[in-house]
Design a protein around this ligand. Structure first.
Ligand code: ZN
Length: 170
């Protein structure tokens, strides 16, 4: 586990913006960006599960597949993926398979579980609650960031209350 640096924060804020866009569109509030070694945002996406009816339409999964199609193995290894909420085990596996580099998240899966417990939301994920490092040992991971995690929590709460009882990953 490494620290989140000042350099990381603008990208994490963009992830939270994308999560808010997803919420406005009726999707789960999650967003992610892929940044190259030069600091340029190469790709970004938000959750599209409701829009597509596809439970695998997570932004981290889309970015892993985008990277496989558009980046060399060297570029993937040097890239950083920022995300509003820690990768679920499916997305962590995709990230590992395509050989992407560091992951930085605004809020952790552990926090998401704690929020659900606090809100009395049952756990409905079919996956084991593995961390990114459980799935991809040795990967450099940083997060959460308390101030941004609080914003993600608010978006999750709005999604849940706005939908009258949606779920919160993981
Ligand atoms: Zn995922």
């Amino acid at each position: 586990m490494t620290a989140v640096s000042e350099t990381d924060l603008p990208y994490l804020r963009r992830c939270v913006e994308l999560a808010a866009e997803a919420l406005d569109a009726g999707d789960w509030p999650f967003g992610s960006v892929l940044v190259g070694a030069d600091g340029e945002i190469r790709a970004e996406d938000r959750n599209r599960e409701s829009a597509t009816g596809d439970p695998t339409a997570h932004p981290e999964f889309e970015l892993a597949r985008w990277a496989a199609r558009h980046l060399t193995p060297e570029e993937r290894a040097a890239a950083t993926v920022y995300t509003s909420g820690e990768h679920c085990p499916m997305c962590a596996a995709a990230h590992g398979w395509v050989g992407l580099g560091r992951i930085v998240y605004a809020s952790s899966s552990r926090q998401a579980r704690d929020w659900k417990a606090e809100w009395g939301v049952p756990v409905t994920s079919p996956l084991s609650p593995l961390t990114v490092q459980d799935v991809v040992p040795g990967l450099e991971v940083a997060g959460p960031v308390p101030e941004l995690a609080a914003q993600v929590r608010e978006l999750q709460w709005r999604f849940r209350t706005g939908k009258g009882g949606g779920d919160v990953r993981p």
